[in-house]
Design a protein around this ligand. Structure first.
Ligand code: ZN
Length: 341
């Protein structure tokens, strides 16, 4: 989900705007977004309250119309406000910087079942803090490959980013011993049934610096089998899922009809869902989630999880475990399948 990008007004040629930049206001000074919204709603319809920066003490209040913003500014700027515990706010008009991410926020779920994406699972606290530290130490002792915005390590097979595929003839070796206990735990997961016997043989370790995300993609069908496990370490992030609907074809998930309609973007054939991935959690993409949904990590330094501002850590490290596919993919989603096109 996107934090809208606003710039701070320069004050001189102040421009009227339906958006207000409000200082001395936010969760870090004890004012929740809910309270802020209720106070500002007295002057007109508030579209949203957003973090203006990472401080937690400056917000953008976005009105439907300029008149409401003017009225709120006049009434609240520099005056002690009884509804806010006597706090004085400093308010200016804010200039909205149009970006594709403005107002694109969707609700962020904490549990996978709320997303109604078949084949998507999330286990919180899959490893403990000590194990997390050991895994980080292990990879930090080994050489990283630099990509343009993040660092990676590959085990088992090298992954080629140009072709988004692996060279199955070039095996690097077994997966390293520092992930043995993780692999054991994966094979004992209850939801997998027969799939649990799958021998995972490729590990990609990604290190994302703060603010760096991942572009929307589906892991190449022909490169990997149907189960993709991803362990998050060190810092949290939001992962968004997008299902592009072609023509009249709709996913088979009858149970999620309501959410589908709600999250369909105006005029587009797109369903979006978002989930919070805390450190030490294990995500599984399988079935429809793996074959038919694009996943991506927004490039944000802060994420809004419902009303809470969650700062990304100084880095997030992910361990992605996959099984290299040796034959063509025969999934039920030919429209997304490079083996079946
Ligand atoms: Zn396929």
């Amino acid at each position: 989900m996107g934090l809208p990008r606003f710039i701070r007004p320069n004050g001189v040629d102040e421009q009227l705007s339906p958006n207000l930049y409000v200082a001395n206001c936010g969760p870090s000074v004890g004012l929740s977004y809910e309270i802020i919204k209720s106070v500002f709603s007295k002057f007109g319809q508030v579209k949203g309250v957003y973090a203006a920066d990472e401080s937690g003490a400056r917000v953008i209040v976005s009105y439907v119309d300029v008149g409401s913003a003017q009225a709120a500014l006049k009434a609240l700027d520099g005056h002690s406000c009884p509804d806010l515990g006597g706090r004085s706010l400093h308010i200016r008009f804010s200039v909205l910087q149009p970006t594709s991410e403005v107002n694109d926020s969707i609700p962020v779920s904490l549990v996978a079942s709320e997303l109604s994406i078949p084949g998507l699972y999330l286990w919180h606290d899959f490893i403990n803090a000590k194990e997390e530290q050991e895994l980080l130490t292990a990879v930090d002792d080994r050489p990283w490959n630099n990509l343009s915005k993040r660092r990676v390590q590959h085990y088992g097979y090298e992954f080629c980013y140009e072709t988004r595929n692996v060279n199955t003839k070039e095996q690097l070796g077994e997966l390293p011993s520092f992930v043995s206990s993780i692999l054991e735990r994966i094979s004992s997961l209850p939801d997998l049934g027969d799939s649990a016997s799958l021998v995972l043989d490729q590990l990609t370790v990604n290190e994302y610096p703060r603010g760096v995300g991942l572009s929307p993609h589906i892991d190449t069908h022909s490169a990997f089998e149907g189960l993709i496990f991803s362990l998050s370490l060190a810092g949290p992030c939001i992962m968004e899922f997008r299902r592009y609907l072609d023509g009249s074809w709709l996913p088979k998930t009858a149970s999620s009809n309501d959410m589908k309609v709600k999250n369909l973007e105006n005029g587009s054939n797109l369903i979006r869902r978002a989930i919070h991935l805390p450190p030490r959690s294990m995500l599984l993409l399988s079935g429809e989630a793996r074959y038919a949904w694009h996943h991506y990590i927004p490039h944000h330094k802060i994420d809004m999880v419902n009303d809470n501002v969650i700062r990304r850590g100084s880095r997030r490290v992910s361990f992605t475990f996959r099984k290299v596919r040796k034959g063509p993919c025969q999934c039920e989603f030919p429209q997304y399948c490079d083996s079946q096109r």
